[in-house]
Design a protein around this ligand. Structure first.
Ligand code: 13P
Length: 253
C-alpha cells in the first residue's frame, strides 16, 4: 500500500544551466516509471524554472526548507504559499544540516511542519542521530525526541501527507551507507512509534525514507527491507544516470 518514493535533495548545488541539463536528462530516464514516485528538491531560486520543466511529467517538485509563518517580517524566509506558487508540492523539514549547521530545534521544526500541513504542502520530516549518539547507545532516544518534538500535538488526520526520512548524520555525505539491517531496525521503531502515537492506519500508510550515502550499489539492499519505503538522496541525485538507476532499483540488472 506504500508506493516507494525516491527523492533527490540537491542541497546548495547547481545553478540555472545545470538545473536545466539535469532535468532534461532525468525526466526522460524516469518518466515512464509508474510504480515509484519521484521527487526533486532544487534550491529556492530554481523552483519555478524546475516546475516549468517538470510540467506534464510524473516527477514531483519539493523545496528543501520553509519558513514557519504565512507571511510577514521574516527576512530571508520563504512561505508555504510562495513554495506552492512556484509549483512545489512537498518540503523537506528538519534536515540534519538545518539542525546542525543552522541551529534549528524541534520546536522550530514543529512550527514548520504545522505550517506546511495547513498550506497543503506535504512535509518530509527528517530525523537521525550523530555518530557520538549512536556510539553512546542513544539512537532511539534521539529519534524519539525528534519525532515527538516535530509532530507534537498533531492528530492522525494532520499526518495524512506526512513522510518521515531517517537520515543518520554519520551516513550523510560520508560514503558510509547504513547497512540494510541498521536502517530497518530504526525504520521499524519509527513505524511502531507512529502506530502508538497515531494508530495503525497512519503507521501503515506513512512512507519512511532512508537517507545517507544512498547510491546505485546500496539501494537494492536497503529497498529489500520491509520498512524502507524509499530514499532521500543527496550526492547521487545530482547525476541523472545515478538518480535514474536509483529510481529503477531492483531492475538495473
Ligand atoms: P548524501 O546522499 O549525499 O549522503 O546526502 C543525504 C542527504 O542528506 C539527503 O537529504
Amino acid at each position: 500500500m506504500r508506493q516507494p518514493l525516491i527523492a533527490g535533495n540537491w542541497k546548495m548545488n547547481l545553478v540555472r544551466d545545470e538545473v536545466v541539463s539535469l532535468l532534461d536528462a532525468l525526466v526522460p530516464a524516469v518518466d515512464g516509471v509508474e510504480d515509484r514516485d519521484v521527487l526533486v528538491c532544487p534550491a529556492f531560486p530554481y523552483l519555478a524554472l524546475a516546475a516549468e520543466r517538470l510540467s506534464g511529467t510524473r516527477v514531483r517538485l519539493g523545496a528543501q526548507d520553509m519558513g514557519w509563518e504565512a507571511k510577514g517580517a521574516f527576512t530571508g524566509a520563504v512561505s508555504p504559499a510562495m513554495l506552492a506558487d512556484c509549483g512545489a508540492t512537498d518540503v523537506i523539514l528538519g534536515h540534519s544540516e538545518r539542525r546542525h549547521v543552522f541551529g534549528e530545534d524541534d520546536a522550530m521544526i514543529r512550527r514548520k511542519v504545522g505550517c506546511a500541513i495547513d498550506a497543503g504542502i506535504r512535509p518530509i520530516l527528517c530525523v537521525g542521530e550523530t555518530l557520538d549518539e549512536r556510539e553512546a547507545g542513544e539512537t532511539w532516544a534521539v529519534i524519539e525526541r525528534q519525532l515527538t518534538g516535530g509532530l507534537d500535538g498533531l492528530d492522525a488526520a494532520a499526518c495524512d501527507t506526512l513522510t518521515i526520512a531517517y537520515e543518520p548524520v554519520w551516513a550523510i555525505g560520508t560514503g558510509h551507507t547504513a547497512t540494510p539491517a541498521q536502517a530497518q531496525e530504526v525504520h521499524r521503531q519509527i513505524r511502531g512509534w507512529l502506530a502508538e502515537r497515531f494508530g495503525d492506519a497512519v503507521a501503515a500508510r506513512t512512507r519512511i525514507l532512508y537517507g545517507g550515502s544512498v547510491n546505485p550499489k546500496t539501494i537494492d539492499g536497503l529497498m529489500a527491507e520491509s520498512d524502507v519505503d524509499g530514499g532521500l538522496v543527496g550526492g547521487a541525485s545530482l547525476k541523472a544516470a545515478d538518480f535514474a538507476q536509483l529510481v529503477n532499483y531492483g531492475r538495473n540488472g
